[in-house]
Design a protein around this ligand. Structure first.
Ligand code: GLY
Length: 417
């Protein structure tokens, strides 16, 4: 097609999007906050800058359209800027509907007001005393959240991040000083899963469900991380979910998008990713993200059969019609620096056998002359598909031996945990 496509972002998620863009014969232009060597090598041209400094995007005004990877620029209105100021059609929600991620209070209210199923019990706290009221209501099963974006760090679960009521009170005081209010939600117990959809605001096409593992060590132990890996299955469902559970989760997304449209008068155009919890009795929405999940993007894009650029342009044009995925399993494993996340070893060299170049996605590494080196964050995601989960995992484990470096990974990713 020879389309010119601008991609904003620089993690493993964006590396996998970049690969899809060039696979579909487009010319890739990238704007990153730091150079991702994988994206840089695929790009016709790239530049580095603050992802929230939209002025820097003026030089890309002759691209055909843009795709936005991370939530932060979306929350700050990058789509509004690209479309209204530069005339660049953009796959990614405008600021007013990106609120569904950037304001957790807005989302809980929205679900309440429009009777969207899957909402948890919650309270908006404005004082320390409000925490006492919440404890009376929820006991010790509660989660404290700031309203805005947290970069994965602001959500504090009682009994996990917060070990006693004194710590909870201290955290609440910090949030009151910073934002004036905070959200307290009832903590739901069960298994989490990720449902991502493509949507033009009217048409909604679901992607295969993905199970994400956020703890650093095997058996879901140790500190929380951005994620250590994920898997998906050939039937696009997960072993702990019935067909009805899947439908219920999709219904929550459909009803939320309708409510969002009614409330704002705008259509959500892009990728909506719901993090859900399956409890003993029901399906609950934990939170929404207005972008692909990381690593969930890697699982689903590995299986995507429909031209990704066709999907992106149909999202923009409002005539989204098709997104087909192979009926195969995927396993994604993150390789991270030894000591991650508390004391990661940085600047260690990493070597990847070129034979697996199409299966690896750089997260947070840098190129020092021709050597790839680690930072303090996750280094490389490796993704493999197979006819079933077992064969995908065996092949993934084999490929891990083709990556050399002072790294570790979770060996239990893809074992039905
Ligand atoms: N998988 C977690 C996230 O993308 O936020």
């Amino acid at each position: 097609m020879g389309l010119k496509v601008l991609l904003v972002g620089n993690g493993a998620r964006e590396h996998s999007i970049a690969m899809k863009i060039v696979e579909n014969d487009a010319k890739l232009f990238s704007y990153m906050s730091r150079e991702n060597p994988g994206i840089a090598d695929l790009s016709k041209k790239f530049s580095i800058g603050d992802l929230n400094n939209f002025e820097k995007l003026k030089k890309y005004r002759n691209v055909d359209f843009a795709i936005i990877g991370p939530e932060n620029p979306l929350a700050n209105g990058i789509t509004d800027y690209l479309e209204d100021k530069l005339g660049i059609p953009t796959c990614g929600p405008r600021q007013n509907v990106a609120k569904i991620e950037s304001s957790k209070i807005f989302t809980r209210y929205l679900m309440d007001i429009y009777n969207v199923p899957g909402n948890v019990s919650y309270m908006i706290g404005k004082s320390v005393e409000d925490l006492d009221v919440a404890v009376d209501e929820f006991g010790t099963d509660f989660v404290i959240k700031p309203d805005g974006l947290t970069g994965g760090k602001g959500v504090k679960v009682y009994g996990d991040h917060l070990t006693n009521i004194h710590e909870a009170t201290k955290y609440v005081k910090t949030l009151i000083n910073r934002e004036g209010e905070y959200l307290i939600e009832e903590k739901k117990k069960g298994k989490e899963f990720s449902l991502q959809v493509f949507t033009d605001g009217s048409n909604i096409l679901p992607m295969p469900l993905v199970r994400d593992y956020k703890r650093a060590y095997e058996n879901e132990e140790g500190p929380l991380t951005g994620s250590m890996g994920s898997y998906s299955l050939p039937d696009h469902n997960l072993p702990f979910l019935s067909k009805k559970d899947y439908k219920d989760a999709l219904n929550i997304i459909k009803k939320t998008l309708k409510a969002l449209n009614q409330n704002t008068g705008e259509k959500f155009k892009g990728i909506l990713y719901g993090q859900f919890m399956k409890t003993e009795d029901s399906i609950f929405l934990i939170e929404y993200n207005v972008r692909f999940g990381d690593p969930e993007a890697l699982n689903v894009l590995k299986l995507l059969q429909t031209d990704f650029l066709q999907i992106a342009s149909q999202i923009i044009d409002g005539n989204l019609s098709k997104a087909e995925f192979q009926k195969q399993a995927t396993v994604c494993t993150y390789l991270v620096p030894q000591g991650y996340p508390q004391n990661p070893v940085k600047e260690e060299p990493v070597e990847v056998d070129p034979a697996i170049n199409k299966d690896i996605f750089y997260a947070s590494v840098y190129r020092d002359k021709s050597t790839i080196r680690t930072t303090s964050s996750r280094a490389i995601a490796l993704v493999t598909k197979g006819d079933d989960l077992e064969s995908a995992k065996i092949e993934n484990d084999r490929k891990i031996t083709q990556i050399k470096g002072n790294l570790f990974y979770r060996k239990d990713i893809g074992t039905y945990l």
